[in-house]
Design a protein around this ligand. Sequence first.
Ligand code: ASP
Length: 301
Amino acid sequence: MAKNLLSIKDLSKDEILDLIKFSNSFIDNEGNFRKEDLFPDKTVANVFCEPSTRTKSSFAIAAGNLGCSVIDFNIDNSSVQKGESIFETVDALNLMGVDLCVLRHPESVIQDLAEALPKMVFINAGEGSISHPTQALLDMKTIIDHKNSLDGLKIVIVGDLDHSRVTSSFVEGISNFSIDSLTFSGHPEMCTKYQNPQIGHYEPDLDKALDNADVVMTLRIQYERFDQELNLDLETYKNAYQLSSEKLGSAKGDVIIMHPGPVNYVEITEAVYDSENSVIREQIANGVAIRMAVLSRFLSG
Ligand code: ASP
């Protein structure tokens, strides 16, 4: 296994499946996370230079459940506000004995940091719009929990795909498997990178895209990543791309609905979020189990 988890491409298909299987061992029969003092001598720093609720908290909880010391590094109160670069910041943590750095950063700095600081293990918790490998692992685990396998499925991803690191890592992850079809849908201006994708195809008509779907992943509009202000009529957008119960009528009866969060209820209705097909809240819980598995494997590496 690679020393760092910078991209889902760092993992082979067997390693992906092993991490997913291993993550199940951290959940007991009642659905609670096991707490075991497996790494009392390890220190994990959570360095988030972009907002986060689920990823940041789940890494902190996962590290705590494994008996690690956790530094929940608050960038807003750090020397980054005094002009210090991310390199000096993370090097300072390295010199203080931090073993593993969980990093979220708007720019692609993690590769260079990992090369510059070889004693530290790096786990990518979100790299701009480029990648988010542990999200892809928890998404694949959630699908396997419900469908037993990733093979043979019709998967649809709809929303602001161009800015979505969730989409890029998920696509890289599932490219290891023999899925039946992968359909990208959403506003053409938010799917420019997916009009002629390497795997799958683009279908601007969401009703057509959803036909016979097994899995539908919805994504919010990531306003914070647009260079120019978005001139969008939200009602028109919702009519075309909001996942509603009516639109889902053409999907399979046991379709599962996913969303990485946060949900804005523009991309999905509250009724679909709350429906029995929705596994969105399971994804959040799976995030802890997957991150316990990832931290265990990479701390033992
Ligand atoms: N939470 C996900 C991310 O960090 C998705 C999102 O922000 O919309 O990329």
